[in-house]
Design a protein around this ligand. Structure first.
Ligand code: GLY
Length: 386
């Protein structure tokens, strides 16, 4: 790490971010990108087309930059993308629980910034789709519609939940607040309690998944998921737990959610501290091959900064300093600030076992989204998106 103070580093990175994001916005505009090819984003290149779970991240970056700078070109591009995402709601049977990842940084953000009625309807429509996935017997939100063939899971995924859903829950908290109907938040709280019991381990590490009998609600097993395997700790999943439980605390005031977020944060901090603050894809994988997932680092940093907002003054430093260490270590090794090329954070990895050939050590849009959010949070310029 270089000799700059955290504040000096932050100011330099913020200046680079302003240049890079302006250039990207001019080139990318209202496309919906995921991973660049030869330094250039393409439209709708994520798996799932218009229903792809990553489609909210570029508009989320644009709303964040609009909040920070007031530059209308960010807002104009983000609004066009939000309108494009209407199409996915019309094909709603293709959507899974990730409507939160999709519509919170697009439609909810749009509504928060502009009061746009169509954005409000899209966000509420997405919330009703998410609520419709609730299993009242098992008290959980079903994750996917179909088995993902490369994962070692049962064909029947009607009782499968994954830790990622913790980031979808703010859509339900938002819907309850907007409509005055507490059912959305009740579903969110019940799901969070189930995830807390069956996905988070006592030491603060996480499983990716929990599988239930969808008819009886009986817990069956914890399959391996996107990490190394059964019993491992997929780092991006851990980041969803850190940030997601902290957000559930923000919206409910339930202290157990904050305690879970902190427990998961401590496991992540310990795992990162013994690896130069660089996020491996899985914190319980063999030493070789070395596989990084920068996106886990960016999302973890945001989760730590969220926790820092909810703890006492003497506790804050642990979380803020750890966030800086991750961001600075990743910046030194992974980031591309060349404004002529799309994407900033390199070395993102989608699955530990890349049987889909979807991406290992590549820039992925959600790595950039969480980088932008973290930098703007630290600068005091971020939009409260989730
Ligand atoms: N939500 C899916 C992932 O993190 O890969």
């Amino acid at each position: 790490m270089n000799s700059l103070s955290n504040q000096e580093w932050l100011d330099q990175v913020y200046d680079k971010l302003l240049v890079k994001m302006k250039a990207e916005c001019d080139r990318v505009g209202s496309m919906i990108p995921c991973t660049p090819k030869d330094g250039r984003y393409e439209d709708l290149d994520a798996a799932g087309g218009i229903s792809g779970w990553t489609n909210g991240f570029w508009p989320g970056m644009l709303w964040q930059m609009y909040e920070a700078t007031g530059d209308e070109s960010y807002k104009a591009a983000a609004q066009k993308i939000d309108e494009r995402l209407e199409e996915a709601l019309q094909e709603f049977e293709t959507l899974g629980h990730d409507v939160g990842f999709m519509y919170i940084p697009s439609s909810v953000a749009n509504y928060r910034k502009t009061g746009d009625k169509c954005a409000y309807r899209r966000a509420l429509h997405a919330a009703t789709i998410l609520a419709g996935r609730y299993n009242p017997t098992g008290r959980f939100i079903r994750a996917w519609n179909h088995r993902i063939s490369v994962l070692d899971i049962r064909d029947d995924v009607s009782g499968l939940i994954i830790i990622d859903c913790m980031i979808n829950l703010p859509l339900l908290y938002w819907a309850s607040k907007e409509t005055g109907d507490s059912r959305f938040a009740q579903i969110a709280v019940n799901h969070a309690k189930t995830a807390q019991q069956y996905i988070v381990r006592d030491d603060g590490s996480t499983n990716h998944m929990a599988d239930f009998d969808s008819a009886t609600g009986e817990f069956l097993s914890n399959p391996g998921g996107q990490g190394y395997g059964v019993g491992s700790c997929w780092s991006r999943g851990l980041s969803w737990a850190i940030y997601g439980f902290a957000l559930s605390y923000r919206y409910t005031g339930d202290e157990s959610f904050l305690a879970t977020a902190k427990k998961c944060a401590h496991y992540a901090i310990a795992s990162l501290a013994v690896n130069d603050w660089l996020p491996l894809v899985d914190y319980r994988a063999p030493e070789e091959p070395v596989k990084y997932d920068s996106t886990a680092g960016m999302a973890t940093a945001c989760g730590l900064l969220e926790i820092a907002e909810h703890v006492g003054d003497l506790e804050k430093k642990l979380y803020i300093e750890a966030a800086f260490r991750i961001l600075r270590a990743c910046d030194a090794k992974f980031n591309n600030w060349n404004p002529d090329e799309d994407a900033i954070v390199g070395y993102g990895t989608m699955f530990y076992h890349d049987d889909y050939n979807m991406g290992t050590h590549v820039p992925i849009i959600y790595g950039d989204y969480y980088l932008v959010e973290a930098i703007l949070r630290l600068k005091g310029k971020a939009l409260q998106i989730w």
